[in-house]
Design a protein around this ligand. Structure first.
Ligand code: ADP
Length: 618
């Protein structure tokens, strides 16, 4: 039922109904106008015809009255006229419209009737009121009345025409004529009209159905296409049936679909690009709605916050960043430089969070975007720099203060003391030497930091190289220390800057000797790893060792395990830092292992060359 009602509302059915209704209205108007006029015309013709005949009879009767002497003669004369007329025109038969003619005299007696058929009439008194009226007024009248014929009825036109002789009313001619035939004709014509209307309705309905289809089909196509478009399918196109307005509409619709498809594709690709940019950004991005609740968050932000998407989405961004107690969204928008915060205590991550607002043209705030930029490294470097400056100042101030106090003592008279003066001068010189060493070390570090120092590498046999260095130490320290060499006989070839690497080994070996007491022993173990083309050297001492938690720090600048003691030994705390820089510049690694009180091992690995026989020819 619902479907039927829906179908009724469809444009197609509406168009067909409009056609049909228009045809019905048109046919009705034509039919009404036509039948009315026809009826008028036919009845007027009929009445005119009958009236003319009656006028003729009236004239004959008037003449009869004037000619005859007696009333009886007149009556038979009139009877003759009527009879003759009846037989001539066939009154009462099917060829004449007139059924009956009666003549009523001024005494209201029916003196002649066509139904008497030549016989003398049986005079009757008139009972018809219209005849009485015509007699009394002297004017004619007419009417249509119903007459019973068996079980059915028929319409009869009754005309009363006065007979005036010498301005004297002598009687009335009463004529009854069957007008039913005209109505029968009109009924037939009406029937023809109804059948014609029905037929034209049927034909119009069928034609209308097909004609309406030519209009509704493209519209239905467009509607289906629009529905598809609303679901996001822009690929289909509407068929263009012609060049009329609907055809143009279909063309425009197709163009529109094409444009929307292109715009959609553009938006999609922009969105994908943006998504991919956001996803692969090295900064964390958090986008919120206008209330500040997180809607989009990229992987980097999740990683920085050490949370998963479900934990964050829907929560307020200030709550996620744990700064809701300190800031409001308005304050953060004004803060163009962003705020530095520690968002992940576990990983000691420091970020700079910058906030921006997404504002529509209307000024309506759509949401906020927080960009988290990892500044941990920057902070670290900044801290290191500050620490370094503090260390350098401290390292320089210590010898300078000591020198100043000795110089002051000398000034105050110690220079005259033959025992103290040389001692004080020696200390002053030693402090100056230390300062020079320190400044030299700093210069070297600074050069290496700025990559200003280019390595002049040579391909050398490492075993020979290390033997030479050990020999030199044996020469100077031979009495106080033993040097154990576990070095393979076959050569290991490395491409190194010999001066720089000598500096590294000098530093490591002198540390091994410096931080050992009693009978010193330094072992050298050299190994080659053919698989990875690397060689490792272990320099092991039996000295004081380093506490476990400080082993990794000995390569930091100015780090000393025991500050007071090592400073006395003349160390700057920069030796291993410089060594590390040099080894790393050679693509190598340096690290240490130690047990407090038992000794320390320093390991250095370097890439080594695998030489083909051909290499020797060069
Ligand atoms: P320094 O000039 O003070 O020796 P280094 O950078 O060479 O500076 O060494 C840093 C610190 O590491 C030293 O002050 C010392 O405390 C520790 N250290 C280095 N080598 C050894 C070692 N072989 N045994 C024990 N401690 C060591």
């Amino acid at each position: 039922m619902k479907k039927f009602l829906k179908n009724l509302q469809s444009l197609h059915i509406k168009l067909v109904l409009i056609y049909v209704l228009l045809i019905i209205i048109g046919m009705q108007i034509i039919g009404l106008y036509f039948t009315n006029n026809l009826e008028k015309e036919l009845t007027e013709n009929f009445k005119g015809n009958v009236t003319r005949q009656v006028k003729q009879i009236d004239y004959d009767i008037q003449k009869a009255y004037q000619d005859s002497g007696s009333a009886e003669n007149t009556q038979s004369e009139i009877q003759n006229i009527v009879d003759e007329y009846s037989s001539r025109s066939g009154i009462g038969e099917s060829r004449s419209d007139i059924d009956d003619i009666r003549v009523v005299n001024s005494d209201e007696l029916v003196i002649v009737s066509s139904k008497n058929n030549g016989n003398s009439p049986s005079i009757q008194k008139n009972k018809d009121t219209q005849i009485q009226k015509a007699l009394s007024l002297g004017t004619g009248n007419d009417r249509i009345q119903l007459r019973n014929i068996g079980s059915s009825k028929e319409r009869v036109w009754v005309l009363n025409e006065p007979i005036t002789v010498n301005d004297r009313l002598v009687g009335v001619i009463h004529v009854e004529s069957t007008i039913e035939t005209i109505y029968q004709q009109l009924d037939k014509i009406n029937q023809i009209f109804i059948i014609g209307t029905g037929l034209s309705l049927l034909i119009t309905g069928i034609l209308g159905f097909f004609i309406a289809r030519t209009i509704t089909k493209p519209i239905a196509d467009m509607r289906n296409q629009a529905l598809e478009m609303s679901k996001g399918n822009y690929t289909n196109r509407v068929k263009v049936y012609g060049g009329d307005e609907i055809g143009e509409l279909a063309l425009t619709f197709n163009n529109l679909a094409k444009r929307v498809q292109e715009a959609q594709a553009n938006t999609e690709s922009e969105k994908r690009r943006l998504d991919s940019v956001i996803t692969h950004m090295s900064d964390g991005v958090i986008a919120t709605d206008r209330r500040g609740r997180v809607r989009i968050v990229n992987d980097m932000a999740l990683k920085m916050l050490d949370m998963n998407r479900d934990e964050i989405e829907g929560r307020h961004v200030l709550d996620v960043l744990k700064i809701e107690e300190h800031y409001s969204m308005e304050e953060l928008q004004d803060n163009s430089g962003g705020i530095i915060m520690d968002i992940n205590e576990k990983e000691q991550l420091i970020v700079r969070a910058s906030f921006s607002t997404i504002i529509q043209d209307t000024g309506f705030i759509n949401g906020y975007i927080a960009v988290l930029h990892d500044v941990t490294e920057q902070h670290h470097v900044e801290n290191e720099r500050r620490e370094f400056v503090a260390n350098v100042s401290h390292e320089l101030r210590t010898p300078l203060t000591s020198m100043r106090s000795y110089i002051e003592a000398l000034e105050e008279g110690a220079w005259q003391n033959p025992e103290l003066a040389p001692q004080f001068l020696t200390v002053t010189r030693e402090e100056t030497d230390r300062m020079i060493r320190l400044v030299n070390d700093l210069l070297q570090l600074s050069k290496m930091d700025n990559s200003g120092e280019v390595l002049s590498k040579e391909l050398i046999d490492f075993n020979m190289f290390i033997h030479k260095i050990i020999n030199r130490f044996e020469m100077t320290e031979g009495k106080n220390a033993t040097f154990v060499r576990d070095i393979p006989k076959a050569g290991i070839f490395v491409e190194i800057d010999p001066d720089k690497m000598t500096q590294v080994f000098d530093n490591v070996i002198s540390n091994a000797l410096k931080y050992s007491k009693g009978k010193k022993k330094v072992e050298f173990h050299v190994k080659q790893n053919m698989l990875f083309n690397r060689m490792t050297i272990q320099i092991k001492d039996n000295g004081i060792g380093i506490p476990l938690n400080k082993v990794d720090k000995i390569f930091d600048r100015f780090f000393r395990v025991d500050k007071a003691r090592t400073r006395n030994m003349g160390g700057t705390g920069l030796g291993l830092a410089i060594s590390k820089e040099i080894v790393e510049a050679h693509d190598g690694r340096i690290w240490a292992n130690s047990k407090e009180g038992q000794g320390t091992s320093v390991y250095i690995t370097l890439p080594c060359e695998v030489l083909d026989d051909g290499d020797w020819d060069v």
